[in-house]
Design a protein. Structure first.
Length: 364
């Protein structure tokens, strides 16, 4: 019993050290590649290197859906290939240890790290994603960045060559191209308040102007001016609003449920956010599947050349699984598949297949 605990701790330590080394290297590699790409994109713009470096660091969280499963795959392969190299795996098997007891430390690490990622790092990464999106909007897209939503409704910000608008709307309909119960705050480019417009309904005619229906304009030190219709020149339409709205990955795990409720109240589709919420819940299964794949590919002792081929094969299988899962998730976001088949089915089916393969190894 004591020996089993010692061996378990040893395997946990070996797997965890492999994970941390490969994760550090992967993050450094992806930051470097992303920085080079940002430098290329900014070649015609005058952007400081420090800004580009910040952007490449802030961009890392959006790459984690690929990075983390791949790191778990490689760390589990490295752990068991190393044990095979020094014949430690053969000794463990001869001592009566089953495959399940040997791979359990890697599975435990996957479960614990996935929970730490979701509960602790996800909120930090969500904030980093917002930072990246805002930097990208300011320096590469030339607009004011992400829009937001709260219990007070939809909040928009738009700037043209003359004015800046901050807009709050209680209700939104993409089908009707309308906003209801709207407050519009107008500022000059030096952030000096010009006027406030309160209106019952807004028709978003196109990306050049809105038609405001039944409201009043309030300027400083002036009597409110009521109107039935008023044309507002503003470069904002349904397509731009939905494109610049906060994507799910910019919302932390702890805020997501409340954010979905606010979206529904304001008239937005929540399919994408519900899929993302279930994706976070299912994340431990994705990491477990990568650990099982790594174990299957490395549990048998082979020559160095064959091990290299196994590593390449593992990465290819992992990447294919990721992209197939992404395609299926997209079908869920469009409503073609329900949440279970869009999010939960791929990792569950993959795990069942891998478990059956491991059972074959154990019996063989």
């Amino acid at each position: 019993m004591l020996k089993s605990k010692i061996i378990l701790k040893y395997l946990v330590k070996e797997n965890l050290s492999s994970f941390l080394i490969i994760l550090t290297f992967s993050c450094f590699l992806f930051i470097s590649i992303d920085l080079i790409e940002l430098i290329r994109r900014s070649s015609s713009k005058n952007i400081e290197f420090s800004i580009l470096l910040k952007m490449s660091i802030f961009h890392i969280p959006s790459l984690f859906p690929i990075i983390l499963p791949t790191v778990f795959l490689l760390s589990s392969m490295n752990t068991y290939m190393k044990l095979n190299k020094f014949n430690e795996l053969s000794v463990l098997r001869a001592s009566g240890f089953s495959i399940w007891s040997i791979i359990s430390p890697a599975l435990i690490n996957a479960c614990l790290i996935s929970l730490i990622f979701i509960l602790i790092f996800n909120p930090i990464f969500a904030h980093m994603n917002i930072k990246f999106k805002n930097y990208e909007s300011i320096y590469f897209k030339g607009n004011s960045g992400l829009y937001s939503i709260s219990q007070t409704g939809l909040w928009l910000r738009e700037k043209n060559e003359e004015f800046e608008y901050v807009i709050n709307a209680k209700h939104y309909s993409s089908e009707e191209k309308k906003l209801r119960e709207v407050k519009i705050f107008k500022f000059d480019l030096e952030n000096k308040f010009i006027e406030r417009i309160d209106v019952e309904n807004v028709e978003m005619i196109n990306d050049k102007y809105w038609k405001l229906l039944r409201g009043y304009r309030l300027e400083l030190n002036k009597t409110p001016n009521e109107f039935d219709t008023y044309d507002l020149n503003i470069n904002l339409d349904v397509a731009k609003i939905e494109k610049n709205f906060r994507p799910p990955e910019t919302i932390s795990f702890w805020e997501l449920e409340n954010y979905i409720n606010n979206l529904e109240k304001s008239g937005f589709s929540v399919k994408k956010h519900i899929i993302y919420k279930n994706y976070l819940y299912s994340y431990p299964l994705i990491l477990i599947s990568m650990v099982l794949l790594g174990c299957i590919l490395s549990i048998k002792k082979d020559r160095v050349k064959k091990n290299i081929l196994k590593i390449i094969s593992g990465i290819i299988i992992g990447v294919v699984f990721h992209f197939l899962s992404d395609i299926i998730k997209t079908l869920g976001q469009t409503g073609s598949l329900n949440v279970f088949f869009a999010v939960w089915a791929p990792p569950i089916i993959f795990i069942l297949f891998l478990l059956s393969t491991l059972i074959h190894f154990e019996d063989g």
